[in-house]
Design a protein around this ligand. Structure first.
Ligand code: SF4
Length: 418
């Protein structure tokens, strides 16, 4: 693996500001890996290419990019375009549109304001005009969808799909039936027919299972090559790509296959294994990409991630039911305790030295979860760093970077003392 010297990287980094620039910078850092560079290009081009495909006649809908939504829309023959991926095209002015024009309170989550600003700029331009809003967790987004509906977007919001702690048995079966009905409503809105093609959705579920297997292979290979795919691309590939394939499932899978081959053929570097500080990232995909670079430069490696799909989808039952049960069986279906189990399993799997929690300023919903998790893991003597950041582009604040560096250095010092 030929990589630029660390000092040269740090100097280059001083000139990097926007998310697009971080991604270009990351391509130079991964000069040795054609596969990583292809994956970064897929990240960078996701939204613009989906918009171009839409302009040429493909069906595309703005949607959340992580849970059941992308798989379901692919199964309907529609490109899911993740609105949470619009952050990298956003600027301060998008936030101001939300605050000044739409009168969103200043303290509203920056992700929501940035997305509203981006949608506003696309009004009456012939851009993708349908939004699938899933009202499971976020009140500010509920407001954003209503505002966009008034402005002329075709918005569909389903009822909250939430599984409380310890929900099992008959109550779980009721929830399964409820969500199936919700998905049929969405199918009717999106395609004009209140039905789902079992064969098409099933082939998406099979693809998902196949890719989850490949993701697990990459995670295992990262234990041998912790720095081959650095923090920024791994979080984007694992958290984002494995959920929505950046709108291009075939190209995404081909790049993943190439990455696995590269990593399998890479000689193991014993020095890397000695110096790596294994960390678990227990937050959303923060848009302040400088945080990830700070982790790399301090010698940390995010070997565990909270948001990636670990379980397989059942293939022995009707596809719609399988997708619903998969949703209720995974961390993002509801109560924070399900997610805590995932974090805990990752800490144990990796013998992780610390956990980084990351959330957005203004998100009261996620900050409660984070505080509960932090207390839980502190009681078990696992060091945690709780970060709050902004969604808008630009460099993270010096304070955030200082905290990341100090945390990783503290873990390194702890290890030396052991
Ligand atoms: S970070 Fe919180 S407030 Fe912001 S969009 Fe996500 S759930 Fe909503």
């Amino acid at each position: 693996m030929s990589a630029l010297p660390q000092r040269a990287l740090a100097e280059d980094l001083e000139n990097v500001e926007t998310q697009k620039e971080y991604l270009e910078y990351s391509k130079t850092v991964h000069d040795y890996s054609p596969a990583v560079k292809k994956l970064i290009d897929l990240v960078n081009n996701y939204v613009p290419d989906a918009e171009k495909a839409y302009a040429k006649g493909a069906k595309a809908i703005w949607t959340g990019g992580y849970r059941w939504e992308p798989t379901f829309l692919y199964g309907l023959g529609i490109i899911p375009v993740s609105y949470t991926e619009m952050g990298r095209y956003g600027f301060r002015e998008d936030m101001l549109i939300a605050e000044d024009y739409y009168q969103f309170p200043v303290e509203t989550c920056s992700m929501v304001k940035c997305t509203v600003g981006q949608w506003h700029k696309r009004l009456n331009t012939g851009a993708i005009n349908r939004i699938l809003g899933s009202s499971s967790s976020c009140e500010p987004f509920n407001l954003a969808w209503e505002v966009m509906r008034e402005k002329g977007y075709d918005v569909f919001t389903n009822e909250a799909i939430y599984r409380g702690p310890n929900v099992q048995g008959e109550r779980l079966e009721e929830l399964v039936h409820f969500m199936e009905e919700q998905l049929l409503d969405i199918a009717e809105w999106a395609t004009g027919e209140r039905k789902v093609d079992d064969g098409k959705l099933r082939s998406e579920l099979v693809r998902k299972n196949r890719l989850i297997g490949k993701l697990k292979t990459i995670l295992q290979l990262r234990l041998k090559h912790p720095f081959y795919v650095k923090t920024l691309p791994i979080i984007l590939i694992a958290n984002v790509g494995f959920n929505n394939y950046y709108g291009k499932p075939l190209e995404f899978e081909a790049a993943i296959d190439e990455l696995i081959l590269e990593m399998e053929n890479e000689p193991i570097n014993q020095e890397d294994l000695k110096r790596v500080i294994p960390l678990v990232w227990a937050g959303g995909t923060g848009q302040e990409f400088g945080v990830y670079e700070a982790i790399d430069l301090a010698g940390g490696a995010l070997l565990g991630l909270r948001d990636i799909p670990y379980k397989l989808v059942r293939e022995d039952i009707p596809a719609l039911e399988a997708l619903v049960r998969y949703h209720y069986d995974n961390g993002r279906a509801g109560a924070g305790i399900y997610t805590r189990h995932i974090i805990e399993a990752e800490v144990e799997r990796l013998n992780a030295k610390g956990i980084i929690f990351y959330g957005y300023i203004g998100c009261s919903f996620a900050s409660v979860d984070r505080e509960m998790w932090r207390r839980y893991f502190h009681e078990r003597n696992i060091p945690c760093l709780n970060l709050e950041g902004s969604f808008q582009t630009g460099q993270p604040s010096g304070q955030v970077l200082t905290r990341v560096r100090a945390f990783v250095e503290m873990l390194d010092a702890n290890r030396s003392r052991q």
